[in-house]
Write a protein that binds this ligand. Structure first.
Ligand SMILES: Cc1cc2nc3c(=O)[nH]c(=O)nc-3n(C[C@H](O)[C@H](O)[C@H](O)COP(=O)(O)OP(=O)(O)OC[C@H]3O[C@@H](n4cnc5c(N)ncnc54)[C@H](O)[C@@H]3O)c2cc1C
Length: 368
């Protein structure tokens, strides 16, 4: 790309699940799109360190962006996987009430799910729960048959290939350091000082989304979000876990609680837990296993702590601070920051993987 000028309709920064889905959606509408990624490959950020669950949209407040995009995104993702033969499985999920004081909470979650259009949910009593998962201890449970798992790496790879077929361009190992809004859009400096011009720019940089706004000339300081990092460690189990569905506790105030998920090879893992950290580091800490065990044994009394060990971790980008964080996705457009053509995406944590195609559909319909 040396010393030439390129004009694009749209530059998307960040080749994770969200940036890739957005790039594909706009390129399918005939726009000339450039997708820029600082690392040497796609999906190396949050998108490669998660549970790979296709969520049904049960918990999120009605009319929130999470509720809206998760439900629609689930449908679009299953359809896309079917069409492109991407591995996925509707394994179903249980949300388990383990003590009598959680009964109201379980009912609330069920009602919320119905309000979000999850009419397929069922409340199970102890007998029905035991039939589905004999080793899970619970008084009642919500059964979500539509929740599933997906090979998210294959999904991203398939979308990138499709994007390139639509004449989209992907550049790796590139970091846009300087973004200068002009009357006709934005001028961006590549690392070799090449200037490229675009009509629109979407900041889809996950954990770095607030950092990137510092590179935008004239971006209003009061609109720069504070992003706090909430790390989640996963724990493997050295023997097969006798569950065939996803098993979740009642959520806590920071997240969904330490749950059990399967991958497409039927390998199980527990997690993620929650740990607020100051920088992006994925180190594993054995000491976290003890608390995880305490949480897991509430729904699986036969869990043997000596078989649990940390296996990997991911980091959730939360808008705000540990004590007060915004619980929804945030789409920040020119209405908020007054820079035409610029969209910042903040706080795209779970269920971002599930929501990606719906979020991309929404943006490409509304910000064309
Ligand atoms: C522990 C955990 C579990 C989760 N589980 C689930 C789940 O089961 N189901 C679900 O639906 N969702 C889940 N999520 C949420 C989901 O993983 C994320 O919402 C989604 O992956 C976010 O994708 P992204 O593209 O926004 O971010 P990323 O995948 O992080 O992509 C951002 C990209 O931007 C790049 N970048 C950053 N700065 C720059 C720059 N200046 N220039 C160029 N490139 C840059 C990064 O290198 C990165 O590749 C989970 C999240 C976490 C943390």
């Amino acid at each position: 790309m040396k010393s030439e000028k390129y004009d694009f309709d749209l530059i998307v920064i960040g080749a994770g699940m969200i940036g890739i889905a957005i790039s594909l959606a706009y390129s399918k509408k005939g726009l000339k799109v450039l997708l820029v990624e600082k690392n040497s490959s796609f999906g190396t950020g949050i998108s490669s360190r998660n549970s790979e669950v296709i969520h049904a949209g049960i918990y999120y407040p009605k009319d929130s962006l999470k509720a809206k995009f998760c439900r629609r995104g689930m449908k679009l993702l299953y359809d896309y996987c079917k069409q492109k033969r991407i591995a996925n499985k509707k394994v179903g999920k249980l949300i388990v009430q383990t003590s009598s004081c959680q009964e109201n909470k379980l009912r609330e979650i069920y009602k919320n799910g119905l309000a979000n259009g999850c009419n397929e949910l069922r409340v199970l009593d102890q007998n029905d729960l035991n039939k589905l998962e004999p080793e899970v201890k619970g008084l009642n449970a919500i059964w979500s048959p539509n929740t599933g798992i997906v090979d998210s790496h294959s999904c991203m790879e398939t979308m990138i290939l499709e994007f390139e077929k639509e004449d989209g361009i992907v550049v790796f190992n590139e970091f846009l350091s300087n973004i200068d809004p002009t009357n006709a859009g934005m001028e961006c400096s590549l690392s070799d000082s090449t200037i490229i011009r675009t009509k629109k720019l979407i900041n889809s940089t996950g954990l770095q989304s607030a950092l990137l706004t510092h590179c935008i000339k004239g971006f209003p300081k009061e609109k720069i979000m504070q992003i706090s990092l909430c790390k989640g460690t996963y724990f493997g189990y050295s023997k097969p876990v006798p569950f065939s569905h996803l098993v979740y506790p009642i959520p806590n105030k920071e997240g969904l609680g330490i749950h059990y998920t399967l991958d497409l090879n039927s390998e199980g893992r527990f997690g993620p837990d929650t740990e607020w950290v100051h920088n992006e580091n994925y180190d594993l800490n054995e000491a976290r296993t003890e608390q995880a065990f305490i949480e897991i044994r509430k729904y699986w009394p036969k869990c043997d702590p000596s078989k649990l060990r940390p296996i990997y971790s991911g980091i959730r980008p939360k808008i705000g601070t540990k004590n007060k964080f915004h619980k929804d996705f945030m789409i920040q457009s020119s209405e908020q920051h007054n820079i035409p053509g610029l969209i910042n995406l903040f706080g795209i944590d779970s269920p971002g993987l599930t929501s990606a195609l719906a979020l991309a559909e929404y943006l490409s319909d509304h910000y064309i």
